[in-house]
Design a binder for this molecule. Structure first.
Ligand SMILES: *Cc1c(COP(=O)(O)O)cnc(C)c1O
Length: 364
């Protein structure tokens, strides 16, 4: 009989002490934890679309007759539809099981053990997570106080082993944009620049047109946030031809399941409805931001996404986070080196804003 210790010996060394990713939890789990019915839970921790997906998605999924067949490994119909949506040729687009899968795939293409990846915290946790799994080394170049990228420090951090830099724009959790000029400065360093535009529909800004001009620029997008499809896992990337050909070759053949492909296609057919929910969320973001700003114990940061970051100034961030949970309101709490006493609040419906503000006034 082999002992657990002997198996432990077989595990890759660099993964033994790796930190796990901190994911958000589903509504039913949250509901049980605080003993509040699912329907009463106000979930403002995942940057999800509170209006849900298009009705067309639900109908098409119910009517589909070929779930017993494998999906198209080349994602032809979806890539064609995306070509129309974003205005770049299908021969530069690859879909993934969420953009998370594409982050992993890009790292697998470029990163061998010991290779370096530049990360600019505070930002999305998947970049260092997937870098670790590939055996790469994350080089942290913290953002400046206004959450902009420290270009000089990035240039200094870059060396011969540096392969990639990840930049979320709008950034999660700070909500700010990185300008085209700044991205071009990063592209000029010669490493692969991945611009993660998971929230682009809320900012109305994109760098997709630049991908045809730069051989080292990748832009990632997703249906999770604006289209309300987080649970079905579908994202996509726009790649230069020289990178596209390798990724198409190394991706899992059936990486985007049929349900996700149908849902994405139907979403693109119901774009007017989805744009109306995006617009409602943007309006609500501005209302939420001004209500939060009225609380003098919060410092509220401007956001171009569907969430708002605040610093809690009275040192009660942890308690406020917990007491909100007790009332069935879930927001994200950060207490890292780069983010002390911070809450990230996803923009919900107007009634969610009202409940949150009332609860915050009661708690503080
Ligand atoms: C939510 C998020 C994603 C994840 O997108 P999926 O398509 O659901 O995997 C990617 N990047 C950022 C910055 C995000 O906040």
């Amino acid at each position: 009989m082999v002992s657990p210790e002997e198996i432990e010996q077989l595990v890759r060394n660099e993964l033994k002490n790796m930190k796990s990713y901190t994911p958000i939890e589903p509504t039913d789990v949250l509901s049980q934890r605080v003993d509040i019915p699912v329907a009463k839970v106000i979930k403002l921790d995942g940057n999800e679309n509170p209006y849900g997906c298009s009705e067309k998605v639900k109908r098409a999924l119910a009517d589909y007759a070929y779930y017993h067949h494998y999906p198209d490994p080349e994602q032809r119909e979806l890539r064609k539809a995306l070509e129309k949506y974003i205005g770049v040729g299908a021969d530069q687009i690859i879909a993934g099981s969420g953009s998370d899968e594409l982050i992993d795939l890009i790292l697998r293409l470029f990163v061998e053990p010991g290779a370096k990846v530049i990360n600019c915290p505070p930002t999305f946790g998947m970049y260092p997570f997937s870098t670790d799994i590939c055996g790469g080394r994350t080089v942290s170049v913290p953002r400046k106080a206004d959450f902009s990228i420290d270009l000089a420090a990035v240039k200094k951090a870059k060396d011969k082993r540096t392969k990639i830099i990840f930049v979320a724009s709008p950034n999660n959790p700070s909500g700010n944009i990185t300008s085209e000029t700044e991205i071009i400065a990063l592209l000029d360093t010669g490493i692969v620049v991945v611009v993660d535009e998971a929230y682009a529909e809320f900012s109305g800004l994109t760098l997709i047109p630049l991908v045809t001009k730069y051989n080292n620029l990748i832009v990632l997008r997703t249906f999770s946030k604006w289209a309300g499809l987080a649970g079905l896992r579908v994202g996509y990337g726009i790649f230069p031809e020289n990178i596209f050909k390798h990724l198409m070759k190394i991706k899992q053949p059936y990486n985007v399941n049929i349900a996700a492909q149908i849902a994405a296609l139907e979403s693109l057919k119901d774009i007017e409805y989805l744009r109306s929910t995006v617009k409602a969320i943007i309006n609500e973001r501005e209302r939420l931001s001004s209500k939060l700003s009225q609380l003098n114990w919060l410092k509220v940061y401007p956001s171009q996404a569907n969430f708002i970051l605040c610093t809690v100034l009275n040192e009660k961030a942890k308690r406020i986070h917990q007491e909100l949970q007790g009332k069935g309101i879930f927001v994200r709490y950060f207490d890292t080196m780069e983010l002390k006493d911070c809450l990230r609040i996803s923009v919900g419906k107007p009634e969610h804003t009202d409940a949150l503000i009332a609860a915050l006034k009661e708690i503080c």
